[in-house]
Write a protein that binds this ligand. Structure first.
Ligand SMILES: [Zn+2]
Length: 221
């Protein structure tokens, strides 16, 4: 089953294709369609453009629902569906839309900022972005390894941590068995996250790979 979106006179129409027959009158989709128009105020929920709007389903989802769809414009849709077309500057719009109350919008914003984080400014936005834990879990569901994505790691300030981050220690930590103390303020670069324990990460201190509790680190900007 595929979902097709088209736009007529600025009215959003979601139609559904089953065995190549188009059912425009599917009651569920008509409800979703009208609720989406109301929620989005007939604007792209990412960049606020008002032309060529369509529904964009936010993966993964089990069923068609308003919670798993956002309204996007042609430009956003193109770039979301084909990463080769991504124009980083267009996504400066996320500076505003990442504060949306709609979880599906937050998920798309977070994923795009992550994709663009090498640009610098997206990382700054990620650092201040706020998401409920379950929304973060959803956002991470399409990123890489599913084992790692089901568990989230946060530093002592509640900032989400990602593999490859640099953190600093917020207190002196005695490294049992290694015979040294890792000093408060020590930077640990290129951390990895312990997949099955959200309270632990791994990093190299004094040339030794150690497990560090997330409550004793702060992500470096
Ligand atoms: Zn847009």
């Amino acid at each position: 089953m595929l979902t097709q979106e088209k736009q007529l006179d600025n009215i959003l129409i979601l139609s559904i294709i089953i065995d190549n027959h188009i059912y425009n009158k599917c009651p569920l989709l008509m409800i979703i369609n009208s609720e989406l128009q109301t929620r989005s105020n007939s604007k792209c929920e990412l960049c606020a453009a008002t032309d060529q709007l369509s529904g964009y389903p936010v993966a993964p989802y089990d069923d068609e629902s308003i919670d798993h769809n956002i309204v996007v414009c042609h430009t956003c849709n193109d770039q979301l569906t084909d990463s080769a077309k991504t124009d980083a500057n267009h996504w400066r719009c996320l500076n505003d839309s990442m504060w949306s109350q709609v979880p599906a919008v937050q998920v798309v914003a977070w994923r795009m900022l992550n994709q663009l984080r090498a640009e610098g400014w997206p990382q700054d936005l990620l650092d201040i972005m706020y998401m409920e834990d379950e929304v973060m879990v959803w956002a991470k569901l399409v990123l890489g390894d599913s084992d790692e994505s089901s568990i989230t790691h946060k530093d002592s300030n509640g900032t989400f941590l990602t593999a490859g981050d640099t953190v600093t220690l917020t207190k002196d930590l005695t490294v049992k068995g290694a015979g040294f103390t890792a000093k408060r303020g020590t930077a640990v670069r290129n951390i990895s996250l312990v997949p099955d324990n959200s309270n632990q990460l791994e990093g190299r201190v004094n040339g030794t790979q150690i497990v560090i509790l997330t409550e004793f680190v702060k992500r470096a900007n």
